[in-house]
Design a protein around this ligand. Structure first.
Ligand SMILES: Nc1ncnc2c1ncn2[C@@H]1O[C@H](COP(=O)(O)OP(=O)(O)O)[C@@H](O)[C@H]1O
Ligand SMILES: [Mg+2]
Length: 269
């Protein structure tokens, strides 16, 4: 079941790279730091924009969330409810209007459109792309690249030109780029929206496997696809800029199904 079929389309702000400079949003992140086994903690996050008429329009209202280290959490909700905005705030790509935030670093953001983030001609070069800043030896680069590709099940594609890959394989290469940079937090925005079922499960299993292989990576996965909740350690459901429900995957699935049937009953009555 795809929630986007029930609600209006969003206008996501797509940005080109999965790798986020750690200097962004330093002021916000400095307000407090997350303790040992919490990777993401936001308290009372608000985000507003100023409209053309000069009015303040709230996009996020009082969002609080806490995600333990090493877990895969999911974020669901109708189009336009604020999922991407919240994810961009957690990534440091946007500053909240108010509230406090702490996210383990380095953190990486992977965007919905795979073609917006694979930038080099081959798989190997793309995964190595972000490693230039670390001053590593060639052997260290090779080792990081092959370990990261192994975690996402793409090591056999190391020499492949990226344009020969499927959308899901490109997403896995983008995730490998983040893993090679030793990211602690993966922020994944609707990676599976344009993928067929095989690619969809390939990507989610790659994320799950990356988390269990490392033990210290945490992921927040935004999705429309309810069936993915079975892979979640926990999930949030948003509506109108607020987190209205938090729980285990099965309980969030039940909550959304109930919401959908009440919506369908409403339009049929
Ligand atoms: N920079 C912006 N300017 C104007 N409106 C925005 C901006 N960013 C987000 N929005 C609006 O905020 C709401 C939430 O957007 P978004 O976070 O992309 O939702 P979602 O990812 O859940 O579909 C939408 O109504 C969107 O149009
Ligand atoms: Mg979005």
């Amino acid at each position: 079941m795809n929630l986007s079929t029930l609600f209006h389309t969003s206008n996501p702000l797509l940005l080109p790279l999965h790798s986020i400079p750690s200097t962004r949003s330093q002021a916000v992140l400095a307000r407090f730091s997350v303790g040992g086994d919490v990777a993401i903690e936001g308290k009372n996050l608000n985000f507003s924009i100023t409209t053309k008429q000069g009015k303040l329009a709230p996009i996020l209202q009082d969002c609080s969330l806490r995600i333990p280290s090493g877990q895969l959490w999911m974020l669901l909700g109708p189009n336009g409810c604020g999922k991407s905005t919240l994810l961009k705030i957690l990534a440091g790509l946007l500053n909240p209007t108010s509230g406090t935030l702490s996210v383990k670093r380095p953190r990486s953001f992977v965007f919905q459109n795979p073609d917006h983030q694979v930038v080099m001609p081959t798989v190997e070069a793309d995964v190595a792309f972000g490693l230039g800043k670390f001053n590593l030896t060639d052997d260290e680069v090779r080792s990081r690249v092959s370990k990261a590709l192994d975690a996402v099940g793409m090591v056999n594609y190391i020499k492949r030109p990226v344009q020969t890959l499927s959308g899901g394989q490109k997403q896995r290469v983008a995730i490998a780029g983040a893993l090679a940079e030793a990211c602690k937090v993966l922020l994944l925005d609707e990676l599976t929206t344009f993928l067929d079922e095989k690619d969809q499960f390939g990507v989610i299993k790659a994320v799950k496997n990356s988390l269990s292989a490392s033990g210290e990576i945490t992921a927040l996965w935004v999705t429309h696809r309810l069936e993915e909740l079975e892979f979640a350690d926990g999930a949030f459901y948003m509506e109108n800029g607020r987190i209205v429900k938090q729980g285990g995957g099965a309980s969030i699935m039940g909550f959304i199904r109930a919401r959908q049937s009440s919506y369908i009953n409403q339009i049929n009555s």
